[in-house]
Design a protein around this ligand. Structure first.
Ligand code: SAH
Length: 233
């Protein structure tokens, strides 16, 4: 793929990537297609890696974290069956890109502003970085970034229709299941440091079920209910 730093070229590359994800059967719905075409990933990637924004790979972020590959963002959005009006909780803000994609689906217009995305980030520096990115791209009216340990859920009693966890846990934190509303869905990578399974959790008629959607690799979930590392800083 040709590398660039010009806005119009980015649009061409974005369209090409979306076509590719449709052909691969990863983008399946019009809602996800529209959001992936609209949100400028290049404005969430650090300057140094901007030219690689539309390569289908994870890219480095400050604090040793990564922005997920576009195909993984699309897989998670499709699995959650996000729709206009959903209230979304994300654990692991990183760059803010995935939160912006979710916001573009659940709250695309003035009329749907009752829905929103709450996103939790462990590192204060990244929460600030993401907020700036979301402001630059005008998603800061629908996406609320909170710097906290999200492994024990959001510091609010609100229930969410959809929950996405973008860092790997050893098991599904009970507190996150509790924040899932009736009929809600959650996606979360569960496993060890090197490889995990993406698990879809569904709450229906008071029952909670789960099934695997396949293998994946995420950075570890830190904090109280996360995966233990050398230094939890
Ligand atoms: N969704 C992001 C990428 C996530 S990378 C994007 O679109 O760019 C995983 C993120 O989870 C990292 O930023 C990491 O700092 C964060 N994280 C790890 N443990 C966390 C925890 N316990 N609470 C909140 N965020 C956490």
């Amino acid at each position: 793929m040709r590398l660039t730093n010009r806005p119009n070229d980015f649009l061409v590359l974005r369209k090409r990537l979306v076509e590719h994800l449709i052909l691969q059967g990863i983008i399946r719905t019009d809602r996800v297609r529209r959001a992936m075409l609209k949100v400028p990933r290049e404005l969430f990637v650090t300057e140094e890696y901007r030219q690689y924004s539309y390569e289908d790979h994870p890219l480095p972020l400050p604090m040793g974290q990564t922005i997920s590959a576009p195909h993984m963002c699309a897989i998670m959005c499709e699995a959650l069956e996000l729709k206009e009006g959903d209230r979304v909780l994300e654990v692991g803000t990183g760059s803010g890109y995935h939160a912006a994609l979710c916001a573009e689906i659940v709250s695309p217009s003035e009329n749907s502003r009752r829905s929103f995305v709450v996103t939790l980030e462990y590192f204060k520096e990244l929460a600030k970085y993401a907020h700036e990115n979301l402001k630059k791209t005008s998603y800061d009216d629908r996406v609320f970034v909170i710097a906290c340990d999200g492994s024990s859920g959001a510091p609010t009693r609100i229930k969410f229709d959809k929950v996405l966890v973008t860092a790997a846990a050893t098991r599904i934190p009970e507190s996150l299941i509790e924040q899932l509303d009736e009929g809600g869905k959650m996606v979360i990578p569960v496993g060890g440091r090197l490889l995990q399974e993406l698990v879809l959790v569904e709450r229906e008629e008071g029952r909670v079920s789960q099934r695997s959607l396949g293998g994946c690799v995420f950075v570890r979930l830190r904090g109280r209910y996360g995966l233990k590392g050398e230094a939890d800083g």
